[in-house]
Design a protein around this ligand. Structure first.
Ligand SMILES: [Zn+2]
Length: 483
């Protein structure tokens, strides 16, 4: 079993002031049947066997945290050390693959400390590997990040999520948004710093590749921003960086907007102040000033203007309260070398039905494959059945072990009304319960039903077959339409 309290679910288990504005340390006693093992978002204090065959575990989180970061997992778990400060919790069968997949964890931590200007304050950094039904890729529960088992690809293609969750040890867990409309402070800062970590690690591995790596990851993020804005055409309020969430459950407002539009704002600020080297001293000051506090956007703006001055005339209102993809296109600013490769390959498929394409085109890199597919997706152009068949046979996309690649491919198929891919979609939504995947795929299926391409009963049947596999946040989003 596992808990998931973000955004406002702690109240379902603990009577509490369930708002990120309030922080407190906590102690948890967990009693479970032996030999099950419990793990919690705090340091392990003691393990006591009881006479009736149960075990009582005690945990303590000494840092003040908001209620949404209280977390518990329990199962046939083992703990394996990854590096000097990191470990993984999972079932025995997964241990070897998980240790291999997450081997870079300590390198990410060291890079994050340098960027944030502050030591990691949470003791050991452990990862708990959860089943595919976990509704997120990762959840930054302090001292014990929860990760979705779909991140294990065998070749570390999705470990940017680990860099992301580590970053929350500063942005989010140490400096916290005081209310959910300010969620971008947690996620936008985290995306921005995550990409600076990828830059630092790449530069260390292969000098000269750091900036390109960061900029390419930012291009990928901009593509995700565009596809999210496109998918929210009927809910433009939710494309604002600070949406009006009165009467809305934060789980229903959840999308990639606070992540990618928030990151875009920080890259824009970076472009205005003179680059990354100017941003980092401010980040140091930001974390030193607000550590252990909950803040709002006005606090962040004041910190920025105290450091850089007000004469930059940032149009905060348009950034924070405007709808859509934001008032600035980052493509002029970011290094386009790798992005252009992905774009020209996408054009080959969009304009020439893949003439001249070869399996070697995307053997380069998983991130390049994702940007390539995003370019097709964001064109909103329908590909013919013949082109899609060729796309799949050329790159074996439906066989991809990388869930992000497969998810993009399936969305391209549904967008193109290519129903031959329906069995693959059905299989996907029966294995993966991550909200961002499941929500987008069901939305495509509902659109197809509304367009008369697919019977609505078929969509309902797929959903009802998998409904109990999904977390309640997913069920709450779709029960009214598909039950
Ligand atoms: Zn995050």
């Amino acid at each position: 079993m596992y808990t998931q309290f973000q955004a406002i679910l702690a109240r379902s288990m603990i009577p509490c002031q369930d708002t990120p504005a309030v922080k407190a340390p906590y102690t948890m006693h967990v009693t479970c049947q032996a030999p099950l093992v419990a793990a919690c978002s705090g340091a392990h204090v003691s393990t006591t066997p009881n006479d009736n065959g149960t075990i009582t575990y005690k945990f303590h989180q000494k840092m003040p945290i908001p209620s949404y970061l209280i977390a518990l997992g329990c199962g046939a778990l083992e703990r394996g050390q990854i590096g000097p400060r990191s470990a993984v919790w999972c079932e025995k069968e997964t241990m070897e693959a998980a240790k291999h997949e997450f081997a870079e964890t300590d390198d990410f931590m060291t890079a994050a400390e340098q960027i944030c200007g502050m030591d990691y304050l949470w003791g050991s950094y452990d990862l708990l590997v959860l089943p595919g039904s976990f509704p997120y890729g990762g959840m930054e529960n302090p001292s014990l990040t929860f990760v979705n088992s779909s991140l294990i690809t065998g070749n570390r293609e999705l470990t940017d999520v680990i860099a992301h969750e580590i970053t929350h040890s500063w942005s989010g867990n140490l400096v916290t948004n005081s209310s959910w409309p300010d969620f971008w402070l947690n996620e936008g800062f985290t995306m921005y710093i995550e990409r600076l970590i990828l830059r630092a690690v790449a530069e260390k591995k292969e000098p000269g590749t750091g900036d390109k790596t960061r900029d390419f990851a930012a291009c990928l993020g901009y593509g995700e921003l565009i596809s999210t804005v496109n998918s929210l055409k009927e809910q433009p309020e939710l494309t604002k960086l600070i949406p009006d969430m009165r009467g809305i459950d934060p789980d229903d407002a959840f999308s990639r907007i606070p992540y990618e539009k928030g990151c875009l704002l920080l890259i824009y600020l970076e472009s205005r102040v003179g680059g990354i080297s100017k941003m980092i001293p401010w980040l140091h000051k930001y974390f030193a000033t607000f550590a252990r506090q909950s803040i709002d956007t006005a606090d962040m703006i004041k910190s920025f203007e105290d450091h850089f001055g007000k004469e930059l005339n940032i149009d905060w209102d348009t950034w924070l309260y405007g709808t859509g993809r934001g008032p600035w296109n980052p493509m002029e600013y970011l290094d386009q070398t790798w992005n252009k490769n992905a774009q020209s390959l996408a054009n080959k498929w969009l304009q020439q039905n893949g003439d001249g394409a070869s399996p070697n085109d995307i053997k380069w890199d998983a991130a390049l494959t994702m940007v390539f597919l995003d370019n097709i997706l964001n064109s909103e152009q329908k590909l013919s059945a013949e082109t899609l068949q060729k796309l799949n046979t050329t790159y074996q996309l439906s066989e991809s072990k990388n869930v992000e690649v497969l998810w993009r491919y399936l969305r391209i198929c549904l967008q193109s009304e290519y129903l031959e891919a329906l069995p693959d979609v059905e299989k996907f939504v029966s294995i993966h319960g991550r909200g961002v995947y499941v929500k987008s795929l069901y939305k495509h299926l509902i659109d197809l039903a509304e367009a008369g391409v697919l019977p609505k009963d078929k969509v309902k049947q797929i959903y009802q077959k998998n409904r109990l596999f999904y977390h309640s946040v997913i069920r709450n989003a779709f029960d009214s339409q598909l039950l």
